[in-house]
Ligand binder design. Structure first.
Ligand code: ADE
Length: 336
């Protein structure tokens, strides 16, 4: 488990107030991830028909793709009740016990960053998930006793950006795992248009194209870029976000046209300059960048791999020709 939290990029946690205004509150407003929406609707429809609480669900995928939003939509479908917490917030078994015993029947319990749940707390979670039982150890030493409490029916929704870090016993206790992938450019454009309408700002089609292309297939990034572009236009006395405002916003944020941020470029350039373009092991890269390995694997690599800029191989990471072209490195053909 990483000791230092990953450095934030544009997909990092959002300001909760702004998140709330732009977050879709109805299924019909939720753009993209069609397959996941279909699966969820079937699963929830069946549970409702049987009059039971839905199976426990695991949502995995890169940050900013809408895992929390989906959890709220599921809760809405099942009666509207949800309690939220996160792996790092649950420090002691008692923290989880307090949350579990306060659930109302049929409620959703959403645990974000589930890969950071500590193993002692997982032990409390297993019987709660499987048999709706809470086993608490009361007292210490020879006089310690286990207290067993019945819990109301509930559905756990756990979200993680690092599915491979979840323990196997925990993973196996979910009825379904839904993996969110990056959004298509078309879907991101629709999201930017919807958000612009909610924020009451006009954006020209060329500006929407530019901002969407730099959004890393990630709604949270798209919404952030849109808000920064709105700020930029406002400060310059413009009421409309045009192509110029969109380009200058990206330049100001040091985001390039395909959404690379300084840290992405630094990662690629380090592999190219210090390790001949790879293959080089992830721990070596992490040390060279003085970055947490988890942050590299979790935040930067997935998008670079989607772009075809980086490859993970058994021998290590390799920078691919598309990245050399994008970074305008001359004569790279001879290096490969
Ligand atoms: N805002 C953030 N994610 C969204 C989505 N999937 N659809 C519409 N608006 C969003």
């Amino acid at each position: 488990m990483p000791k230092t939290p990953p450095k934030n990029n544009l997909a990092g946690k959002e300001d909760p107030n702004i998140d709330l205004t732009l977050r879709p509150a109805e299924w019909d407003e939720y753009i993209g991830q069609e397959k996941i929406k279909d699966n969820l609707k079937t699963l929830l429809g069946a549970a409702k028909k049987r009059g039971e609480s839905a199976d426990h669900l695991l949502f995995s995928g890169p940050a900013g793709l809408g895992k929390t939003t989906l959890a709220y939509l599921v809760a809405r479908e099942l009666g509207g009740m949800i309690k939220t917490t996160s792996g790092p917030a649950l420090e002691k078994a008692g923290d989880l016990a307090a949350v579990l015993t306060n659930l109302t029947p049929g409620e959703i319990l959403f645990i974000d960053e589930a890969h950071r749940i500590n193993p002692m707390i997982e032990e409390v979670l297993y019987p709660a998930m499987e048999a709706r039982k809470l086993h608490l150890v009361v007292g210490k030493g020879p006089s310690a006793r286990t207290l067993s409490l019945d819990l109301p029916p509930f559905t756990l929704i756990a979200a993680t950006t690092r599915e491979n870090l979840l323990s196997q016993p925990l993973r196996s206790r979910f009825g379904a795992t839904l993996r969110l992938g990056y959004y298509t450019p078309d879907d991101i454009k629709k999201i930017v248009k919807r958000s612009a309408a909610i924020l009451g700002v006009e954006a020209k089609p060329e500006a929407i194209d530019i901002l969407s292309r730099a959004s890393r297939g990630t709604p949270r990034v798209a919404n952030r870029l849109l808000r920064r572009a709105r700020d930029f236009a406002e400060v310059h006395g413009e009421s409309v976000i045009d192509e110029d405002a969109a380009r200058k916003t990206l330049a100001m944020l040091e985001v390039d046209e395909v959404g690379l941020e300084p840290q992405d470029r630094e990662l690629l350039m380090t592999i190219i300059e210090k390790f001949h373009g790879g293959p080089v092991g992830i721990n070596t890269i992490a040390a060279a960048l003085a970055q947490d390995r988890g942050a590299i694997e979790d935040i930067y690599e997935p998008y670079l791999m989607t772009l075809g800029f980086l490859q993970r191989s058994s021998a290590g990471r390799i920078v691919l020709p598309a990245a050399y072209r994008h970074l305008k490195i001359k004569g790279y053909e001879e290096l490969l």
